[in-house]
Design a protein around this ligand. Sequence first.
Ligand SMILES: [Zn+2]
Length: 76
Amino acid sequence: MTDVLEEKVIERDFFARSIEEQNDFLSQTWCNHCMEVDLGMRNPKEFETKDRVWIEGECLKCGQSTVTEIVEEDEE
Ligand SMILES: [Zn+2]
């Protein structure tokens, strides 16, 4: 048996973000199914690995899974 997953995925608390950020991420989406931007998403879940952070939710229009990659800014 070998480890299939090289990266460990950690679930984060999306709702720990500020309301402004939550609203931005929930409205600024790209749906691969509808092929449209900014349709919005519901049931957001935030995940991270060592290298990246993303939010997964459901498209408000079609209900398919939609993913938003987050570029984290250094706020130091
Ligand atoms: Zn959609």
